[in-house]
Ligand binder design. Structure first.
Ligand code: ATP
Ligand code: MG
Length: 400
């Protein structure tokens, strides 16, 4: 590339590091890298970037206009551990030195403690330490007033010699890590208007699962903002699988609460019965949705229905595996993660459940629960509810 004054402009490339995929055998690794590449292409395509890709050993390189924007998008793709915008030059110490001096002159202002980290993929020529020293002393000479500090630098610059060329960069944007989205099959997440279940959904996506959602709409039994907030959760989650559709089934569960009231089911059992109904519905829909597990935001001891005794009774409502990624999280930890991933809402609105009794059972028994479910004719009720479900779809942060 040639700049305005006829001088060559250094080529910029976005370098992607992926972590855990290294642990896989070669065929599995290449399969996963293929999915990761597809997801990266899709994310960039959804944002209107057209790019060129290279995937030499252990890295992915992306060439395109606006590399900083590309790096920002890719740093949200699951499976990506880190992203750097690099200057790409020949795999030669002098070319690396010149590019490093140029980059340092832009970002490194004296007095400043700096370090250069060298890295070589091949074993010929200078070793990594010598390369770092060679480039570091050139920067030291070119910019007066700097000092070298290898232990606690204020500014770090990296020079790498790889089989595919030389790279110079000074920032590493962390990615979410995990496994490429869609590499682990599908789960059905019970998504509420709360803080926990969107975080559970995100964590499953991070482990490579495609996630479909089910929201149980309690109608007049639910706070006025519950359904719209659950849809807002879906919208925000869809930003994490750009270019792909994300679905939510909405089931009208007002009849379930009505019937509990009509038949005078002991109010203390309501929460456990409600969660069992949700799992039954999810279990049935897993077949339709081709999902292999149910996902919830449940957590030990957070509310009365989440004692270990109740969780056991609740789990018994389905034979489909129930995944609870937040089971041991403190609420604060969940909130921190919700803020980080963008699902936390500062002004949540009316999300109260009108069916919650004053004294919910903390240890409901199987016998009591089954007796109530027989009275409720739970299977017929479920057929009724599932016959009338609706679908909401989100893509790229928009409800479509
Ligand atoms: P969250 O746990 O998501 O913050 P919450 O606190 O309102 O929501 P809990 O009583 O803690 O609800 O429910 C435990 C789990 O049950 C939720 O994490 C979610 O997976 C599921 N769940 C609760 N309410 C609904 C709902 N209306 N529709 C679908 N799933 C729900
Ligand atoms: Mg909760």
């Amino acid at each position: 590339m040639v700049g305005d004054q006829g001088r060559p402009v250094p080529e910029k490339v976005v370098m992607i590091r992926y972590g855990e995929l290294f642990l896989k055998s070669d065929p599995v690794k290449y399969h996963f890298i293929g999915i990761l590449l597809r997801n990266i292409r899709q994310a960039l395509g959804a944002a209107g970037h057209s790019c060129r890709f290279e995937s030499p050993r252990g890295r992915i390189f992306i060439y395109g206009e606006k590399p900083d924007e590309i790096a920002g998008i890719v740093s949200r793709v699951f499976g990506v551990v880190g992203v750097s915008v690099c200057t790409r030059v020949a795999a030669d110490p002098d070319a690396l030195r010149d590019a490093a001096v140029l980059l340092a002159a832009e970002h490194l202002h004296p007095p400043c403690r700096f370090a250069v980290r060298g890295k070589r993929q091949s074993k010929t020529g200078m070793n990594s330490q010598q390369l770092g020293e060679y480039v570091g002393s050139a920067i030291y000479d070119a910019i007066p007033g700097l000092s070298v500090d290898l232990s606690h630098p204020e500014y770090e610059l990296f020079v790498e010699v790889r089989d595919c060329g030389g790279l110079v960069y000074d920032s590493r944007i962390p990615g979410p890590g995990g496994l490429p989205w869609g590499s682990q099959g599908k789960v059905l997440c019970l998504l509420s208007s709360g803080i926990d279940s969107p975080v559970a959904s995100w964590l499953a996506m991070k482990r490579g699962c495609e996630v479909s959602h089910l929201h149980m709409d309690g109608g007049r039994w639910a706070g006025g903002d519950v359904k719209t907030t659950a849809i807002e959760n879906l919208r925000r989650l869809s930003l994490w699988c750009p270019g792909s559709e994300m679905q939510m089934i909405v089931a009208d569960t007002e009849p379930f609460y009505d019937r509990m009231q009509e038949l005078r089911i002991p109010p203390r059992l309501r929460c456990v019965l409600c969660k069992r109904f949700m799992l039954r519905a999810a279990g049935r829909l897993c077949g339709r949705e081709d999902a292999q597990a149910i996902l919830t935001g449940e957590n030990i001891g957070q509310v009365a229905s989440q004692t270990l005794a109740n969780l056991a009774v609740i789990s018994d409502a389905t034979t489909v595996p129930v995944l609870r990624p937040l089971i041991t999280y403190d609420k604060e930890e969940t909130i921190t993660l919700a803020r980080k991933i963008g699902t936390f809402m500062d002004k949540p609105g009316d999300l109260a459940c009108r069916a919650v009794p004053r004294m919910p059972a903390t240890a409901a028994t199987q016998d009591a629960v089954k007796e109530s479910e027989e009275k409720l004719a739970i299977d017929e009720l479920l057929d009724e509810v599932l016959a009338r479900v609706q679908y909401v779809t989100a893509q790229n942060g928009k409800i479509t």
